[in-house]
Design a protein around this ligand. Structure first.
Ligand code: PRX
Length: 652
């Protein structure tokens, strides 16, 4: 039986959802009248240019449509509608790596986004439906660029700045982007780093769709300029008018693509649409973070991930809040950086990943005590399972025992939070995502759609469509169907399966176990084993490879690679250290540093069934140093298991 933490009376009093009765009422309403529930919120929350005719169209499931026929422009939701009341309010507080600061009011945001939109529309000829790839550091111009695309109806696709030129190229080609927006570089740990050269390399091959590259000059380091292709944002923005007519968008027009890893093949372009996404981004800011008019909200994610999209840019701005954007890392110049910022900006909600919490805990257990963190009300965590010790430290030391912790479970595909405590209502068990949010029908099921028995692990599914859900995989509707609606059938209907395993306890609390497919989660970064394996296979000496995740006390999981060498080199190669370095260089080149393996072990073969399937469960157990419990007699060569164990022991 886990301890239970109740929200303080103070938090409950001011929260939008104040207790579990209110939560249950909302849930009942959604269950009884699903469309009526969403209709209510879409009418109450969104600024429509033209009303929608139908709330939910299920006729072509699983290609669901929401708020059908409605017209809007979500930048009006995020910016224009705030101008009357909030024009001098800080929309974005930016802090640079080296401590430089900028406050951007809603009126300034309006101008900056409109000018950026005019630049794209008038100078670059970007039109509704065109794809624009962003490869940007964490600077305000990244947010302006996203919103400028939305203003003119272009579809943005942000690629995390840690991805390599190859990975960037793949995404540009898949999206057939017309424009790439980047920066010369930015600053990290006090020193400049570069982005533009990576774009140059990416564009060397196969990116014929790209007509123009826009470069924000952030660190003013030297970069190569290619005439007729590369343009300086800082120069072009000067002459742009302050007002740009918003494009009238359909509820279901695509808003953005965000590439994420699956269990097979290349990363997939998760496609989100306009109305449903912005509705849920705003509602979760209100329900889960209980954001209030004078609150300052800080999400430490990078805008290259969904968390940055929904909870740095779209959600906070739609809610009219003040959002903090930070270029640096929370451990530079020391482990007090994040807490210093909380004190300085009087942050009310702080949202980060368990890896960051574990690192900050390890590097500065008592560091938070040196700062005034009394402004904090709600602490959020996301991206990977949090362990009870990290949770406790977050609660006791960072939150001073006063704050609610919201352990938010969601995914790139879900657009916004799905399962999370409500800060003023939910009695929380440490390291437990608790209950689905009102309107979200999350269930833990067996493959045949029956609810899993209490305490047993099952498949985490969402059994009804929801407004902010993925609409399709860009250019590959069949893969969309197969990836998400191919595993679990409930009452004769294919339901969304997340790829995660979860357990429901005797009180109905949901605890997320983690991925049950071939996706691994390193420091909250989602990586496909297939993707890493295909990178490693590019090394000329590698015949076969299998990658698994190994539990890691800080990163959650680390990457463990088993390599079989080609016959002609197997005997002659003695230096595994060199080989490991070379293989990691290949991974860095093909994907990025985030996908480098922590362990690379050369083995004589992989444990395969007679039909040729690699038994990853065996490899996972060996990586963990656990005894093999599964039946190995069905393997083509059962003796291989011992040989692999021996190789891992020797690699030590
Ligand atoms: O395994 C789950 C884990 O992160 C995966 C989604 O990764 P991504 O699409 O990159 O989005 C991350 C940010 C929303 C999920 O399938 N995950 C996310 N939140 C949690 C989590 N695991 C446990 N607890 C969470 N709160």
């Amino acid at each position: 039986m886990k301890e239970i933490y109740y929200p303080s009376r103070e938090l409950s009093r001011q929260a939008r959802i104040k207790n579990m009765c209110e939560y249950n009422d909302l849930m009942e309403w959604a269950k009884e009248d699903y469309e009526g529930f969403w209709d209510h919120w879409a009418k109450e929350k969104l600024e429509w240019i033209e009303p929608y005719g139908k709330v939910l169209d299920e006729s072509n499931a699983p290609f669901y449509k929401w708020f059908v026929g409605g017209k809007l422009n979500i930048t009006e939701q995020c910016i224009d509608r705030h101008i009357d009341k909030r024009k001098n309010k800080a929309a974005i507080i930016f802090e640079g790596d080296r401590g430089d600061k900028q406050i951007i009011t809603y009126l300034e945001l309006y101008r900056n986004v409109n000018r950026f939109a005019n630049l794209l529309r008038n100078e670059f000829g970007v039109k509704k439906g065109d794809r624009v790839v962003l490869y940007m550091p964490m600077i305000p111009e990244a947010a302006y660029a996203m919103l400028a695309c939305a203003r003119i109806g272009a579809i943005h696709s942000v690629v995390f700045g840690g991805f390599s030129a190859e990975a960037l190229r793949d995404r540009i080609i898949d999206a057939q982007a017309k424009v790439v927006i980047t920066a010369d570089g930015a600053y990290r740990k006090g020193a400049p780093y570069m982005l533009k050269p990576t774009v140059d390399t990416a564009l060397e091959e196969g990116c014929d769709s790209v007509e123009k590259v826009l470069v924000v000059q952030r660190n003013n380091e030297d970069v190569v300029w290619i005439g007729g292709r590369d343009y300086s944002y800082n120069e072009l923005i000067e002459n742009q008018p302050d007002v740009c007519e918003p494009e009238v968008m359909d509820s279901e027009d695509p808003l953005f693509l965000l590439y994420t890893s699956g269990s097979t093949g290349k990363p997939k372009g998760v496609q989100h649409s306009q109305a449903g996404y912005i509705l849920w981004a705003q509602m979760t800011m209100e329900w889960v973070f209980d954001v209030k008019e004078n609150d300052t909200f800080w999400c430490t994610a990078d805008i290259g991930w969904i968390t940055g999209h929904t909870y740095i840019v779209y959600g906070p701005l739609a809610a009219g809040a003040t959002t903090v954007m930070f270029e640096g890392v929370p451990t530079y110049p020391d482990a007090g950086r994040a807490w210093k910022m909380v004190e300085e900006y009087k942050i009310n909600q702080f949202y980060t990943a368990p890896t960051a919490i574990r690192v900050l805990h390890k590097l500065g257990e008592h560091e938070p005590e040196k700062y005034d963190l009394s402004s904090l009300r709600i602490l959020g965590t996301v991206g990977e399972p949090i362990d009870p010790p990290a949770w406790k430290w977050y609660y006791d030391v960072v939150g001073g025992g006063r704050c609610s912790i919201v352990d938010t479970w969601w995914q790139t595909e879900t657009g916004g939070h799905m399962i999370s405590p409500l800060p003023g209502a939910t009695p929380v068990k440490p390291a437990c995502a608790t209950f689905p949010l009102p309107g979200i029908m999350a269930e833990v099921l067996e493959r045949d759609g029956t609810p899993v028995a209490t305490g047993e692990q099952g498949l985490l599914c969402i059994t009804k469509p929801w407004p902010s859900m993925i609409r399709t995989i860009w250019g590959d509707p069949e893969r969309f169907k197969k990836s998400y609606f191919g595993d679990v059938v409930k009452d004769g209907k294919a339901v969304y399966f997340s790829g995660d395993g979860a357990v429901v306890d005797e009180d109905g609390y949901i605890t997320i176990i983690g991925r049950v497919d071939d996706v691994i989660n390193v420091s909250g970064h989602r990586l496909g084993t297939a993707e890493i394996e295909s990178a490693i296979k590019k090394h000329p000496h590698v015949a076969e490879v299998a990658v698994v995740g190994k539990p890691d006390p800080i990163k959650g999981e680390s990457i463990f690679a088993y390599i079989v060498l080609k016959d002609d080199v197997a005997d002659s190669l003695g230096e595994e250290v060199e080989l490991s370095k070379e293989i990691n260089d290949v991974i860095a080149r093909e994907i990025g540093n985030i996908a480098k393996a922590d362990a690379i072990v050369v083995v004589p073969g992989l444990p395969k069934t007679r039909s040729g399937k690699t038994m990853r469960r065996i490899l996972r157990a060996i990586a963990k140093g656990e005894p093999i419990t599964q039946d190995i007699s069905t393997l083509e060569d059962p003796s291989i298991v011992e040989k692999i164990e021996e190789a891992v022991r020797c690699a030590g």
